[in-house]
Design a binder for this molecule. Sequence first.
Ligand SMILES: O=C(O)[C@H](O)[C@@H](O)[C@H](O)[C@H](O)COP(=O)(O)O
Length: 237
Amino acid sequence: MAICNLDLPTQVTGLSLGSPEQLAGELAITVANALRDAIDSHGSAVLVVSGGRSPVAFFERLRGQELDWSKVTVSLADERFVPVGHPDSNEGLVRRHLLQGPAAKARLLGLYHAAPSLEEAARLADAALAELGRIDVLVLGMGEDGHTASLFPASPNLELALSPGCRQRCLPMQAPGVPRQRLSLTLPLLASAHLTLLALQGQAKLATLEDALAGDDVAAMPIRAFLRRPLEIHWCP
Ligand SMILES: O=C(O)[C@H](O)[C@@H](O)[C@H](O)[C@H](O)COP(=O)(O)O
């Protein structure tokens, strides 16, 4: 299915849903099916999710899905350099909205570490991610500037984070708005996911997607790195 007549590359599929509630439900079913398949095929599943405002309804629908959560590891595509109890924490968001009920049995591999600097926190996250293993499902969001995870245009370290040879799994990044200090998984790790989903809501993000599809400068719009790989976009007005 196309998304609002957007001309998608062959490796990108698009699903248009009627409302944010339908998008959350559809995404939850898609992710749960992929996690069950991973558990059936290799005994465990790794889910990497994004934070921000949009995923809350998706998290709450996903936690209601029947699966063996004790075999699931949840991690984050990016994090803000704030304590987990801070309202801006993505780990806090996942703990509050996803890891509840049966889903609380999942293991959470967070990125935040209390460290004297963002750089040191990124080094600690990078070391912790060594045990993540293969990402079975990656759920990305996107900002209206075309960032994804915390791969922001003009951020220091962006070029390194996007390079195919980047050896770090996690790097310190700077967002244009608060909270500025971020931790982001790098492209090689993110792009290694077996299934990558991009969840978008609203006309503004549809326009951003259209801009991203019309150009090829990845540094200007890092989401472009994912549009040239197999990707499933779920969008609603
Ligand atoms: O930490 C974050 O903010 C996210 O990981 C980020 O990459 C997010 O996916 C986009 O900024 C979209 O955010 P919204 O869903 O809030 O629009």
